[in-house]
Ligand binder design. Structure first.
Ligand SMILES: Cc1ncc(COP(=O)(O)O)c(C=O)c1O
Length: 368
């Protein structure tokens, strides 16, 4: 039996397609293409779900990161400390602000920013903002990072592109901190649009007003106060997100239940899993496992491919290894090992017990 990595057929089933088309028809009839009623209702309900004061939709998750940095006045000449394991956008947003990324090494079991590495990096670099990443949906150690940053007056932009519905170590939803948190609604994310979309949540009215202005050409009630950009979210994408938000909590619960079953079935294999304490915290966007070596990882990938089991290498390289990042400073040693050893198994809300059994059978036959 083949096991897909994603399952769009179930996710975007006929009923959902019908409801989406009804909303699209309504939008076309009303010529309400940008920032309509679905933007308003989604921003309200998503903020409520993640325990944030305000949510502002953006055109995509990369813009949300860049806008977050601009909200902290990051610009040319500034440095921003970023986790060394992430999608390339986490470095790109810094460079696109005219600033320079400095890498912070990660925890070897999770790929999450290591607070001890952050302390060392901050002792060598004057940094204006920090971007921890909730990679795979696992929560970064925000309380420790906040303690380090607060006394130094450093802004925190949490990259939550993969973490909708996840929780911090204290059990509160990711999004409810006193930091800016960014999200991507790229179609493969836990909550995905029918195209590109993103969002940023903000803890204060002052930050909300600034972000609102940046995403819409620097406009404010008194006129243009700063140079912003166009990062409005289309009404059609907001209509899809608003609709999909209804089934989202149940789908995230499914992901958690699937992760629990993987844990049970894989804990006695040579695969290294993330620590069990993350079972209830992660949004389980992805299910990462670690192999002993890079060679073993590629061999398992080949074995799974042969057995028609979807798997993916997120991320084949740590960001400091990517060509444009190779001359950047900071710490990266554990990130290089982590990227070399990590592979992701099928994870979506619809993985069945039979499919889990098929994945586990293939993993066990690889090691036997
Ligand atoms: C960790 C992380 N940051 C940022 C982004 C960028 O989001 P988008 O593709 O919506 O611009 C992504 C999306 O893949 C991501 O996974």
């Amino acid at each position: 039996m083949a096991v897909g990595f994603y399952n769009f057929k179930e996710l975007h089933n006929e009923q959902l397609q019908k409801e989406v088309m009804e909303r699209f028809e309504e939008i076309v009839k009303n010529n309400a293409f940008v920032e309509g009623k679905y933007n308003t209702s989604f921003e309200r309900d998503f903020a409520k779900m993640v325990g944030a004061k305000r949510c502002l939709l953006t055109a995509n998750g990369t813009d949300a990161l860049e806008i977050g940095l601009q909200a902290f006045d990051v610009g040319p000449g500034d440095k921003v400390a970023i986790a060394a394991i992430s999608f390339f956008a986490t470095a790109e947003c810094v460079v696109n602000r005219g600033a320079t990324p400095v890498f912070v090494d990660v925890d070897e079991q999770t790929g999450l920013m290591d607070p001890e590495s952050l302390k060392r990096v901050l002792s060598n670099h004057k940094v204006k903002a920090v971007i921890p990443v909730h990679i795979y949906g696992l929560p970064a150690p925000i309380e420790e990072i906040e303690k380090i940053c607060q006394s130094r007056g450093i802004g925190i932009v949490e990259d939550g592109a993969q973490s909708h519905g996840g929780k911090y170590a204290n059990g509160n939803p990711i999004g409810s901190s006193n930091n800016l948190v960014t999200y991507s609604f790229y179609p493969t994310k836990n909550l995905g649009a029918f195209g590109d979309a993103g969002a940023i949540t903000a803890p204060t009215q002052e930050m909300t007003d600034k972000i609102q202005s940046i995403r819409n050409h620097g406009r404010s009630p008194e006129g243009h106060k700063l140079y912003g950009r166009n990062s409005r979210c289309d009404h059609m994408q907001a209509a899809v997100l608003d609709l999909k938000l209804q089934s989202f909590p149940a789908q995230n619960e499914n992901r958690k239940a699937i992760a629990k079953k993987y844990f049970e079935a894989l804990k006695d294999t040579p695969l290294e899993l993330v620590p069990e304490k993350y079972l209830d915290l992660s949004s389980w966007h992805l299910f990462p496992v670690r192999l002993k070596t890079k060679e073993e990882k590629y061999a398992l990938k080949e074995h799974l491919d042969k057995n028609k089991i979807g798997s993916a290498l997120f991320y084949e390289k740590a960001m400091p290894e990517e060509k444009p990042c190779q001359n950047l400073e900071g710490e990266k040693e554990k990130a290089l090992t982590f990227a070399a050893q990590t592979l992701c198994l099928p994870m979506n809300p619809f993985v069945t017990d039979d499919e889990i059994a098929e994945v586990v059978k293939a993993v066990k036959s690889f090691f036997s």
